[in-house]
Design a protein around this ligand. Sequence first.
Ligand code: NAP
Length: 448
Amino acid sequence: MGRLGQQCRVDIVEKSPAPFGLVRYGVAPDHPGTKEVERSLGEILEDGRASFFGNVAVGKDVSVDELRARYSAVVLACGAPADKELGVPGERELAGVTSARRFVGWYNGSPEDRDEPIEERLRAARTALIVGLGNVSVDCARVLLRSPRDLAKTDMCQHAVDALARSSIERVILAGRRGPAQAAYTAREIRELTNMAGVHVWSPENEVGALFEADKEELRRDRARRRAHEAVSKAVEAWRGISESETSRSLHLRFLQSPISINPSKQDDSVVGSVTLRANELGGEAGKRVSKPLKATEDVDADIVIRSIGYKAVPIEGVPFDHRAGAVPHYGGRVLSETGTDSVQPGLYVCGWLKRGPTGVISTNLMCAEDTVNSVVEDCEQGRVGAPTTGEEEFDGIELLLRHRGVRYVTLDGWHRIDHAEREAGSQRGAPREKFTSVESMLQAAGC
Ligand code: NAP
């Protein structure tokens, strides 16, 4: 980045009082290795050229236009805060049906999801059905099947550890609309799930073994998928012939199944009791396999239904949005005025899931951010955006504006105080941290 890097000042505006977004509120608590990235992100916050403004919602406390008026470049990195829906009867009305986004937010202590009613449902629930075969589904299944004693040592919030300890969950069903060769989970994640101690793994032979020539061709071409499929087949084979009743918890893997309705329980018609699955077959050539509905249906008991079929970015006021792609139209991270045009919104950039849609792991997002930053630097160097502010006295960011509006923003010092208090609280139970689960408690800990 050369000279620009030394002169550059970066203000980080974050809706939550705490930094780190999905690393804090999305990554599974029993994957502390993944959370190590917080250390590198923390170093960036500590850099003298960076400032943190937590508890500032763009679109509410400050608009994109106000940001653009104050900074040479504005990079939108707000991710994908909503989720896709199945669009089947019962999905919205019945208690016990939720999204993976809400469930993950709930166990990770996101203030927005603290009131998730799943906490109450867990007490009586025996079977949870998760729709989708991605890594988020695998995270949800693992958390439901893991021993609460193990979870208590992680940074999972106490309310979630307690609720999971009280839960009666015996069976978790993962159901995907396509076959075992098309599952989106990665080998490491599915291997960890299917190798959990004392968890019986089952999948109908005609589903886990449903591999036609095009599916075999997909597996031949893609080593990662092949390894994921091998892990599943091996686990299912290892448990074949052993009764599910010999273990206290089990995992069912269902392939080529689409939920067509979520049905009320026979005892209480306000809560979910079962899901009707419709069988699918696959059509199309390798790499383009699509599911086609068959006639056969099956009712499967489920006391909790979690749809985990992908996150969704939402439009931001004042920023173009491509509704079909579910992302902001861009060229190398430069926001385009309209989808399909090449006219750029000067000084406005995008990165992460808001730029590419909700796929990809942390390293994918790092590369994505680099691509956007390269565009910012190039535009600055070529004079396409205003020169970066060079001196403290000339710099007029959003601080005055926020103060004027009475926004209780959290600074880096404030975050240090929250962080310290959370680590202290966690150490009492031998956990890395116990997170605050309300915005107000975080603001008080931050001293604002
Ligand atoms: P994902 O990987 O895109 O998986 C979504 C799943 O939902 C797929 O199985 C997809 O099936 C299914 N689906 C989509 N629409 C559906 C519909 N209408 N009906 C039924 N099924 C539907 O998404 P994700 O699990 O939310 O993960 C998001 C990203 O975060 C991924 O890149 C993932 O790897 C990453 N992540 C990584 C980790 C980790 O590394 N430990 C943990 C969590 C998340 P089709 O394939 O048929 O569309």
